[in-house]
Ligand binder design. Structure first.
Ligand code: SF4
Length: 275
């Protein structure tokens, strides 16, 4: 039996591709990439008819490898600092290593032309395939699916009686607003396994070369207070993370400025150094 390795996201497209590949006579194994900047990651569970392997990019050594792509993407970025083409190449290279090791005939993806502006165009796919040098198939594209609408996919899911989850959160790298902050944190090598979570929450400041993160709600406060260098929230006052012991005094000032009921003038002096 032919063996297909599927880049699996657990969404509707991936689930349809499992079905299409099985119909074509493939044994399918799914490879799920836990990416560092996915907001609201939902890690899929092993299902009865599908072997699932998770590759965790939030942990070393893969995290550093991924961050180095963010620092210098060969094929540029989208609206934020999302290096979609390089990101796809990164995942497919890992998939190829896995496929070579475990004897797979093809790698499959759930990509649909025109669904995403940067990586799911024909020219992007040509660039990607040229870097991988392995047989890659895109069964939804081959079946004529295209564009952003999911209507046709939903119809097919009904026909095949496939259940699927609602779309999960998007990729944080695609957002314009945090791109300056992320670029600064990357340049200063401040993103690692531990601090990764901080990059996607809170208000950020750089004062005297110290990085501060101010919580915006209780969930963020809870995450921040897990760090050794942090000050706890007290009623109406947010938790603050600082990456250097020397930042404690400034962190207390930030806490005061961003407390409930504090005047705008208090905050304005910090807004200038906001990342
Ligand atoms: S949106 Fe782009 S950068 Fe983000 S996970 Fe997808 S391909 Fe990678």
């Amino acid at each position: 039996m032919k063996k297909a390795l599927l880049l699996y996201s657990d969404g509707l497209d991936s689930r349809l591709v499992v079905h299409l590949l099985q119909e074509q006579g493939y044994t399918v194994e799914a490879l799920y990439f836990a990416l560092p900047f996915e907001s609201k990651r939902i890690t899929p569970k092993k299902t009865n008819n599908l072997n699932l392997t998770i590759i965790d990019i939030t942990k070393e050594p893969l995290l550093s490898e991924y961050l180095s792509i963010l620092k210098k993407p060969k094929f540029g970025t989208g609206a934020g600092i999302n290096p979609c083409i390089d990101c796809k190449i990164f995942m497919l290279k890992k998939a190829k290593e896995y496929a070579d090791k475990h004897g797979y005939d093809i790698i499959a993806t759930g990509e649909v032309p025109g669904q995403r502006p940067m990586s799911q165009t024909n020219s992007a796919q040509t660039k990607i395939d040229a870097e991988i040098k392995f047989k890659i198939i895109r069964p939804l594209a081959d079946a004529g699916f295209s564009g952003r609408s999911r209507k046709k996919q939903i119809e097919l899911a009904k026909k095949y009686k496939i259940k699927y989850p609602n779309p999960a959160g998007g990729c944080f790298l695609c957002e314009k607003e945090p791109s300056t902050r992320l670029k600064t944190l990357l340049k200063k090598d401040l993103i690692n396994e531990k601090t990764l979570i901080l990059t996607m929450i809170g208000r950020h400041f750089f004062i005297d070369d110290i990085w501060f993160v101010v919580a915006r709600d209780e969930t963020e406060s809870r995450l921040i207070t897990k760090f050794k260098t942090s000050i706890k929230d007290v009623k109406g006052k947010p938790s603050i993370y600082y990456n250097n012991e020397k930042g404690k005094q400034k962190a207390l000032e930030l806490q005061e400025a961003y407390s409930t009921g504090t005047s705008k003038e208090e905050r304005d002096k910090f807004e200038k150094v906001k990342l």
